[in-house]
Write a protein that binds this ligand. Structure first.
Ligand code: DGL
Length: 263
């Protein structure tokens, strides 16, 4: 069984990818919807929240965890790996490696929350993969709010204006590859592509799901379809409609409430 958590529902983009790769695996998803966003909180708070999220998931006896949140991955991963005795995957390494291997211009961009960009985790990981690659990181703090509030329709003028403003420093920078370092961002990739046409986008959640699936390689199981349970820390009402934004036609079902402060 794999446990997956995010500050909210953005991590569902990684869950879909993982469920497609490991259809027989049982999964538990926790979205910390009562405390989203993490990206504007202090590092100490993000670590504390992430430990609680993991404590909750570990109660189900998970064999591995995916931190499907760029902010939590860039901040809390070392602590989680030290504290928990199961493989803990983040969304940084796989995307960084893919970007370093993909770029032809030797210039890669990273988009993330303020915390993610400030702590430079993606930048370090790209450099670890290939020292010669130049990395330009840009914080896009409004993107999470735009996605969580439904400003996601292709052509939405508000989202497009935010993308134009945030991505201006990347125009003409020579980047040919751009890491979406927050699992909410793939939902508005159309706006990013409109501002930076021809730049290859790498979804950090998708890259991490692929890495986890190939490293764990559980594969076949006993042929049964894996069960997925969803938990949230705010009201589960309307979860299905909210989750639909991130999961498209994927079968969803209801979510259960958890008081995460108890963990
Ligand atoms: N999906 C989270 C991330 O990848 C959202 C950020 C937040 O909660 O601020 O960073």
């Amino acid at each position: 069984m794999i446990g997956i958590f995010d500050s909210g529902l953005g991590g569902l983009t990684a869950l879909c990818e993982l469920a497609a790769l490991l259809p027989h695996e049982d999964m538990i998803y926790f979205g910390d919807t009562g405390r989203v966003p993490y990206g504007s909180k202090s590092e100490a708070t993000i670590v504390r929240y992430s430990v609680q999220d993991m404590n909750f998931l570990c109660g189900f006896g998970i064999d591995a965890a995916l931190v499907a949140c760029g902010t939590a991955s860039s901040t809390a991963l070392p602590t989680l790996r030290e504290k928990f005795d199961i493989p803990v995957f983040g969304v940084i390494e796989a995307a960084a490696r893919e970007a370093a291997a993909t770029t032809r211009s030797g210039r890669v961009g990273v988009l993330g929350t303020s915390t993610t960009v400030r702590n430079g985790a993606f930048e370090r990981a790209v450099k670890d993969a290939d020292m010669s690659v130049e990395v330009t990181s840009v914080a896009c703090p409004l993107f999470v709010h735009l996605v969580e509030n439904g400003f996601i329709e292709r052509g939405d003028a508000v989202t497009l204006a935010a993308a134009e403003r945030y991505l201006a420093p990347l125009r003409g920078s020579g980047i040919d590859t751009l890491i979406l370092g927050c699992t909410h961002y793939p939902i508005i990739s159309w706006a990013i592509e409109a501002v930076l046409p021809g730049v290859r986008l790498i979804s950090s959640g998708e890259a991490a799901a692929k890495m986890l699936a190939s490293e764990l390689g559980h594969g076949g199981g006993d042929g049964k379809q894996g069960k997925i349970r969803f938990f949230v820390s705010d009201t589960p009402d309307d979860f299905e409609a909210a989750a639909r934004v991130f999961m498209g036609s994927f079968p969803i079902g209801h979510a259960e409430y958890v008081d995460i402060s108890k963990y």
